[in-house]
Design a protein around this ligand. Structure first.
Ligand SMILES: CC/C=C\C/C=C/CCC/C=C/CC(=O)SCCNC(=O)CCNC(=O)[C@H](O)C(C)(C)COP(=O)(O)OP(=O)(O)OC[C@H]1O[C@@H](n2cnc3c(N)ncnc32)[C@H](O)[C@@H]1OP(=O)(O)O
Length: 289
């Protein structure tokens, strides 16, 4: 119920944005920040993150992404989604720092609800989610990948993935942590989260953050072939199994959703945290100069 209500709010927000949907022979639809190549006959869609310059998860992006995902969820012909970046090199730079810096509490609350919604929708999706990680994927970008059923990363040592929040002076919330612990195990998570480590593909593979590393030009073909393997499993048994594995962790957030929002708002509003974000943003700017 809570999920459905939040979804409606996002849909309303989406229509307020007034984006015109572009339909190309019923096989492609796009809003400004997400491009969907939908092959209804095959039952597979490719969702491309398209929020330049670095696919940060801004409120507008989250709204548009959730609307696109819901369209696919509501069409029973779609059984699988491949998530990837339209801009090879960066899968996603994670949460949009500008949504968490210098805003008011009401904005922080709205933003955090949308971040929760993204995680819940992806984590509990009945569809098969394969992540084709064709670039760097820190923090919220890594979290998006962690919600998927299978992760394939491009073999480029320049790309990294992980939960680096502590390096920014912020803390990965409990549900980021739980998703990470369930993927890599407690000790690895404890170590990586405290240090805010980002891992290149080979190390990410060793730790189980990703399932496969393939040459950069094969990420998409590999994602398609993995999807074909998963599609061969009957939906009902796969979905029931997925739900059995994931429901408890998602319920844990659902039951304390409002408290988690309040925690986030009071944490992110602290002067000390705003100062840390300011310093980090300055560092990102200086890197350029
Ligand atoms: C007790 C606890 C209770 C409650 C919990 C509370 C806690 C808070 C937890 C919040 C969780 C947050 C998770 C996150 O996702 S935080 C975001 C982490 N992301 C990063 O650290 C990535 C930062 N970016 C980079 O490292 C690089 O940009 C990247 C490697 C991705 C790409 O490099 P490239 O050289 O290609 O581009 P840049 O020149 O660096 O960037 C281009 C412009 O984009 C801006 N930028 C980059 N990342 C972000 C971002 N995440 N959000 C907003 N903007 C971003 C960058 O500043 C450049 O801007 P301009 O200078 O061009 O204006």
């Amino acid at each position: 119920m809570a999920l459905a209500a939040a979804g409606r709010v996002l849909l309303q927000a989406g229509s307020r944005l007034g984006r015109r949907e572009v339909v190309d022979g019923a096989r492609r639809f796009a809003n400004k920040r997400v491009e969907v190549e939908a092959d209804e006959a095959a039952g597979i869609a490719v969702m491309k993150l398209k929020n330049p310059p670095v696919n940060s998860l801004s409120l507008e992006f989250l709204t548009e992404f959730l609307i696109s995902l819901e369209k696919l969820e509501n069409n029973k012909n779609f059984r699988g989604v491949i998530l990837t970046s339209e801009r090879p090199g960066v899968f996603s730079a994670g949460l949009d720092l500008m949504e968490m810096y210098g805003r008011n509490p009401a904005h922080y609350a709205e933003y955090w609800r949308a971040v929760q919604e993204l995680w819940l929708r992806l984590y509990l999706s009945n569809m098969i989610l394969v992540c084709a990680i064709n670039g760097t994927s820190p923090a919220g970008g890594c979290l998006m990948a962690l919600t998927c059923d299978h992760r394939i990363m491009a073999d480029n040592p320049k790309y990294t993935i992980g939960l680096n929040e502590s390096q920014l002076g912020i803390v990965a919330p409990f549900w980021f942590k739980d998703n990470f612990v369930n993927t890599v195990g407690y000790r690895t998570a404890e170590h990586a989260l405290q240090l805010g480590l980002l891992f290149p593909p080979a190390e990410a593979l060793k730790l189980g953050i990703v399932d496969e590393v393939v040459p950069e030009d094969q990420v998409h073909s590999k994602a398609q072939s993995v999807m074909a393997q998963w599609m061969a499993i009957p939906d009902h048994s796969r979905q029931l199994t997925k739900n059995m594995m994931r429901k408890a962790m998602a319920d844990n957030l659902i039951k304390q959703r409002e408290a988690d929002i309040q925690n986030f708002v009071s944490f992110i509003s602290r002067d000390s945290i705003q100062k840390s974000l300011h310093t980090y943003l300055e560092k990102l700017k200086q890197k350029k100069g």
